[in-house]
Design a protein around this ligand. Structure first.
Ligand SMILES: Nc1ncnc2c1ncn2[C@@H]1O[C@H](COP(=O)(O)OP(=O)(O)O)[C@@H](O)[C@H]1O
Ligand SMILES: [Mg+2]
Length: 584
């Protein structure tokens, strides 16, 4: 009964049993691990390794509760193995039919059968040196558990994830996985980056940023995706602490923080991150399934991840800005592609929201309207004659505006279209941020202070944040129970609709609560302010304004994407325009 209670914590589903078996094989020093599954692991889980093996005596002991060979000096804070609790084998054996076969080098093999906790015979076995564990009929006598299993498909997905996690953790070990007789994975020993690319996304080679940073005795390595190479689910984030795969809210939060305002809130980066921490600074004995850890100094771990990744992402955005002039691509270049490393760039519709006009080759004239009589009497877009030679600005020279929303510019190597609101919002945010890190945000005092009517709770919230907002250039004070008096606004804002700005800020402050650090709250608030201060879609711009915007974009880091991770500009190369007209 005690074993079955422990099994409730350790063996939740086939994938958790599989994880324990693979961990044991790794702890046994295996160089090759072969996994066979059927029916998503509900029918069969079999793990064969070429590790050190066990003597018959050790095998009997291994099936005893709390028997472990992995705590030398009885010191639980110096654990370097995956296992240390001695619970997995007896727990699994109590809820399945388990066959344990093992052979030490230079000895004969032995087999022990356990059926739902009852010894079911033992005897000699023929196998190469190493260990083979077979689990059948999992939860066969625990109907309550069995009911909670998903379809074999769902369980298989979880098993595959478990194998992937451990295969990424130990890229030096060969792994093979077979499901229902089909070979799914066959991984030779390789380097961590190769393993990550093989298992997560080959695209990370082009859309990934390598991480390698050290701080306070912590070492972080790995790869994360560019902000524009994102997913709708946070399912491709693999985190390891001292090679142990962990699911840790703190670390996931730190990853999120690194991407703040580079990516929409409902999009997620891909990441494989390896954190090396001195053994005494991390407690691994937090959870029976060993998927959580506790840090002695959580802030240091969080800071290294959030800070290290952010620095790497920023460095990448500078590099891309310098390289926009690369050889003419075959398709629409978007500012998001310009972030990557330089081969021919094909937008990845599966991962990021790419513009609808992703492929020039699929261009078609959809509407067959008469050509001339649809032209409105008043042109909606103004054109600048292309007489002067085009100076070599990466984003070109403004030629006009379309739908009062998009700037059309001519660059040396093609046609550039800019989303004026997305681009300007980014510029304002970067300006605010530069001002803040420089110690002062330029502010503009209002000649006549403006009175803004709001809800009383909103006023309370703004008063509570008044000091922080003042640091951002927004100075205000209480004027009455439901009124605020605004004295100055950040100069980057121009003349925003103050009532709307204050309402949104109050909502933002309410939503953020005190869960985030001051720094993080300021980041959010800044983004809200930036949105209010930027040129709306629909505003007609002069040619000088458009060119000023283009030049500022070229100067500003991270200007290739808006605060929500969408591209701010796209480019069609000359060669591609020629293709559209059948000239090539
Ligand atoms: N594949 C294996 N090869 C060699 N020894 C193993 C293997 N699997 C389990 N063992 C032995 O059985 C013991 C119990 O395993 P387990 O119940 O998973 O507990 P833990 O891994 O926490 O020690 C291990 O400590 C180890 O000595
Ligand atoms: Mg174990």
């Amino acid at each position: 009964m005690i074993d079955r209670i422990a099994a409730g914590e350790v063996v939740e589903r086939p994938a958790s049993a599989l994880k324990e078996l693979i961990e044991n094989a790794l702890d046994a020093g295996a160089a090759n691990i072969a996994v066979r599954l059927s029916g998503g692991g509900i029918g069969l889980i079999e793990v064969t390794d070429d590790g050190c093996g066990m003597s018959p005596e050790e095998m009997r002991l291994a099936l005893e509760r709390h028997a472990t060979s992995k705590l030398p000096n009885d010191s639980i804070d110096q654990v370097t193995s995956f296992g240390f609790r001695g619970e997995a084998l007896p727990s699994i054996a109590s809820v399945s039919h388990l066959t344990l076969e093992s052979r030490e080098r230079g000895a004969d093999g032995w087999r022990i059968d356990v059926d739902h906790g009852q010894a079911a015979g033992e005897g000699p076995a023929a196998l190469p040196p190493g260990t083979r564990v077979r689990i059948e009929d999992l939860f066969g006598k625990v109907p309550a558990r069995r009911k909670f299993l998903r379809s074999s498909r769902g369980e298989y997905a979880a098993c595959l994830d478990a194998v992937k996690r451990l295969a990424i953790a130990r890229s030096d070990v060969a792994f093979a996985l077979e499901h229902d007789g089909r070979r799914v994975l066959s991984l030779q020993p390789s380097s961590p980056p190769q393993r990550v690319a093989a298992l997560l996304a080959a695209e990370l080679e082009r859309h990934g940023v390598g991480i390698d940073c050290v701080r306070d005795g912590l070492h972080l390595t790995g790869v994360v995706s560019l902000p524009t190479f994102n997913r709708g689910m946070a399912d491709q984030q693999y985190l390891f602490v001292n090679s142990r795969p962990v699911k840790d809210r703190l670390l996931v939060g730190a990853l999120r923080a690194a991407y703040r305002d580079l990516i929409a809130r409902d999009r997620h980066p891909i990441a494989a991150l390896f954190l090396e921490v001195p053994l005494e600074d991390v407690d691994v004995n937090v959870h029976p399934a060993k998927t959580e850890v506790r840090f002695r100094d959580p802030a240091a771990a969080r800071g290294l991840i959030a800070g290290g990744i952010r620095v790497a992402l920023d460095a990448e955005s500078h590099r891309s800005a310098a390289r926009e002039q690369a050889a003419a691509p075959v398709v629409w270049t978007t500012s998001e592609d310009a972030q990557d490393l330089g081969e021919i760039r094909v937008p990845q519709p599966n991962f990021a929201e790419v513009p609808a006009f992703a492929g020039a080759t699929s261009y078609s004239v959809r509407e067959q309207r008469p050509l001339f009589n649809t032209v409105p009497a008043e042109p909606a877009a103004r054109a600048e004659p292309a007489v002067e030679p085009v100076p070599s600005f990466p984003l070109g020279v403004a030629r006009g505006q379309v739908a009062a929303t998009y700037i059309v510019a001519e660059a040396e190597d093609g046609l550039v279209i800019v989303d004026q609101h997305a681009a300007h919002e980014r510029l304002v945010l970067e300006r605010l941020r530069a001002g803040r890190s420089g110690g002062s945000v330029p502010r503009q005092d209002l000649l006549i202070p403006e009175i803004v009517e709001l809800d009383e709770p909103d006023c309370d919230r703004l008063v509570g944040a008044a000091a922080d907002l003042c640091g951002l250039g927004l100075e205000m004070e209480r004027f009455g129970p439901t009124t605020m008096l605004v004295r100055s606004v950040p100069a980057a804002l121009g003349s925003p609709d103050l009532r709307k700005l204050l309402t949104d800020l109050a909502a933002e402050i309410a939503e953020l609560g005190s869960a985030l650090s001051l720094q993080e709250r300021l980041d959010h608030v800044e983004a809200t302010i930036a949105c209010h201060g930027s040129v709306r879609a629909g505003r007609v711009l002069s040619v000088a304004e458009m060119n000023a915007l283009l030049r500022e974009m070229e100067r500003t880091p991270r200007s290739g994407q808006c605060n929500h991770g969408r591209p701010t500009w796209v480019k069609l190369a000359h060669g591609d325009i020629e293709k559209l007209f059948g000239r090539r």
